[in-house]
Design a protein around this ligand. Structure first.
Ligand SMILES: *[C@@H]1O[C@H](CO)[C@@H](O)[C@H](O)[C@H]1NC(C)=O
Length: 304
């Protein structure tokens, strides 16, 4: 028996791996839902039940008056379920890399202020992009939507004026003692600063992934790139379970050709598409760097 005998079994091994990961994923979901509702959520330690307490989308929420100190509707078991993307018609539809680029370019004022509304518009495009990466990304994009909803809620709330820029949000929440440096304040929704930090970390992951996509040879493997970017940017903040679930999601990614097609939506030739992709990465990196600096200056890079 030579080592060469292993080559045809690669597929088999992959299938086994997928099976094991599926099992882990199942375990992960059931433990998220049934056993660890108050200790684990995908971006870190936070009760998942807040997911049930925030409006699912901007449009929905705009129709309602902002709920005051919205008590989580834990009466139904559904409130404990991780939020899944509720709009399948969003799958990659309407994603435009140009819009993504503009939103992040507009997020940073010449004086270095980071505008939260524009930042969230950028994330809206990124969520569409994630949804086009496969059903397994649903958990991540659902979690992202939740974070966005919390910040939109803050913007519409009585202190909305303080939530126009990240700088003013940080000033306001620090002055009011709303930022829990040691632990999350019980009985209150997570602070804007803490919520924004979760998006900020995830942004680095997507920045790195898009950069790799735009600078790798034609036949590179997107699953590998996405996993590497995740490893570098996000994995250190995630529990073992979430890392396994993420690893599974990355296995089932579209091909690079398909990703180029998604990223090129809006037309133009390939070179132009690639340039636009790298411009986008640049705009995202600017905003990321400005946020990173601000958070570092306030010692807020490790908010629980
Ligand atoms: C962001 O910061 C990194 C690391 O400090 C640096 O290498 C990169 O050039 C910066 N990017 C932009 C667009 O400012």
């Amino acid at each position: 028996m030579g080592v060469t005998g292993w080559a045809p079994t690669r597929l088999c091994r992959l299938a086994c791996l997928v099976g094991i990961f599926l099992l882990l994923l199942l375990l992960c979901f059931s433990s998220l839902r049934l056993q660890l509702p108050s200790s684990t959520c995908i971006w870190g330690v936070r009760p998942c039940r807040w997911i049930g307490g925030v409006p699912p989308s901007k449009e929905d929420a705009e129709r309602k008056p902002p709920p005051s100190a919205s008590p989580p509707s834990a009466a139904t078991g559904a409130a404990l379920l991780p939020q899944t993307p509720s709009k399948p018609q969003d799958l990659g539809e309407g994603f435009q890399v140009g819009r993504l680029q503009r939103a992040f370019a507009d997020s940073l004022t010449p004086s270095g202020q980071i505008l939260i509304r524009e930042y969230l518009s950028g994330w809206k495009e990124l969520v569409k992009f994630m949804d086009s990466l496969g059903a397994a990304f649903g958990l991540i994009s659902g979690e992202t939507r939740t974070k966005m909803a919390i910040l939109q809620e803050n913007q519409r709330g009585p202190h909305g004026a303080h939530y126009r820029t990240v700088q003013s949000m940080v000033r306001f929440e620090l002055a009011r003692g709303l930022v829990g440096f040691q632990s999350l304040p019980a009985g209150r929704p997570p602070s804007g600063c803490r919520t924004f930090l979760r998006l900020h970390r995830a942004l680095k992951w997507l920045e790195l992934f898009l950069l790799k996509l735009g600078t790798s040879p034609e036949d590179a493997d997107p699953s590998r790139m996405c996993a590497d970017a995740y490893q570098e940017a996000l994995a250190p903040y995630h529990s073992w379970w979430v890392r396994q679930a993420a690893a599974l999601a990355f296995l089932a990614m579209p091909s690079q050709r398909e990703l180029y097609r998604i990223l090129n939506a809006g037309g133009g030739d390939e070179d132009k598409g690639l340039r636009r992709l790298l411009d986008t990465v640049h705009s995202i990196a600017h905003v990321y760097n400005a946020t990173q600096e601000l958070y570092a200056a306030h010692g807020m890079l490790a908010l629980p």
